[in-house]
Design a protein around this ligand. Structure first.
Ligand SMILES: [Zn+2]
Length: 332
């Protein structure tokens, strides 16, 4: 190779390498993005006139997200369809048949929540996105297999998502963080003897549904993988952050999750209609950062967060914006 050919060859190689670098950077930038699930179907169902679990909750979330300027920064994900078979990883045939027959208007909406959450799991587990938030309703973490609505819940999307990630993506260990004011009794029940799912819940043990005793730590192979933390009325940011730092972080570091799911209930926020905690938007930002630090340390930042409760319409919307803003921006 003469000198001129060598220079041409080198320049070509450099160009190819630099294009490759740009391509990798673009893929990495895409992977670091946050997904967002929202859909008009989630506005369809009404439990009763003036019920606190109302479509207004999500209408306010949509408006606050729009006003915040965050929406264009998010990757809007389509809902996954044909997901009914996944209900049975958590729910009994009798439960699903009973919901379909007794709540014909709600069954498709609750099923669409599962479709939204599983779509978010796909995007994150396939490495297309870093994390995702699902602005969905009805909530799910009280949906036990009773054949009825339980605590405004029908299908436990977060529990179904955990099983889906394990089965489809062969992820062994799922951490579920639940900061809703209420204890996620159905999530606890689904994984109570399962060492593959670490369930961590902060809640008011004295409130609905009366479960969540801190003495309940799992059973059999699942002993130690269920952590219930009772918090009193008037719990502050400092109190709940203390619980996360002292109870969640050491357990999660020992567990080393392959994925983090969040039951993001904002009825633990100050001025909620049903809750009595005083957690502020800054508090939820910090809880989000703690979850993200764990996800960054153990599982490439993989988080899917799903709305649960939150009944002060404006307060819930504000907390969602702060939570999603943190999911978008925080780097551990
Ligand atoms: Zn709740």
């Amino acid at each position: 190779m003469n000198r001129r050919k060598f220079i041409q060859y080198s320049a070509g190689t450099c160009l190819a390498l630099s294009s490759l670098r740009y391509a990798f950077a673009a893929v990495e930038e895409q992977r670091m993005r946050t997904g967002y699930i929202s859909d008009k179907i989630y506005l369809q169902h009404h439990l009763a006139p003036d019920h606190p679990e109302s479509p207004q909750r999500l209408i306010a979330v949509e408006k606050a997200m729009l006003d915040s300027g965050l929406l264009p920064q998010l990757e809007h994900l389509p809902l996954l369809t044909g997901v009914e078979s996944y209900l049975y990883t958590i729910h009994t045939r009798q439960h699903v048949a009973s919901i379909r027959n007794n709540y014909p208007g709600i069954h498709p909406v609750a099923l669409a929540v599962v479709g939204g959450v599983l779509s978010a799991v796909d995007a994150v587990c396939q490495g297309r996105l870093r994390n995702a938030f699902c602005a969905t309703r009805p909530p799910g973490h009280h949906a036990d297999n009773t054949g009825r609505e339980e605590g405004f819940c029908f299908y436990n999307a977060i529990a179904i998502a955990a099983r889906y990630a394990q089965q489809k993506y062969k992820l062994e260990k799922i951490l579920i963080i639940d900061w809703d004011y209420h204890h996620g009794n159905a999530t606890e029940a689904a994984f109570y003897s399962d060492p593959g799912v670490l369930y961590f819940s902060t809640h008011d043990y004295l409130a609905y549904p009366g479960t969540g005793n801190p003495e309940r730590k799992g059973e059999g192979a699942g002993l130690g993988y269920n952590i219930n933390v009772h918090l009193d009325c008037d719990t502050t940011d400092t109190d709940i952050i203390h619980a996360f730092e002292n109870r969640l972080v050491p357990a999660a570091k020992k567990f080393k999750p392959d994925m983090v799911l969040i039951s993001a209930g904002f009825d633990s926020r100050v001025d909620d209609l049903l809750g009595c905690f005083n957690i502020t938007d800054a508090g939820f930002e910090e809880l989000t950062r703690i979850a993200m630090s764990l996800a960054d340390e153990f599982c490439d930042g993989r988080i899917v967060s799903v709305l649960e409760g939150g009944y002060n319409v404006e307060g819930n919307a504000s907390a969602v914006v702060h939570h999603v803003k943190t999911l978008l921006s925080f780097r551990a």
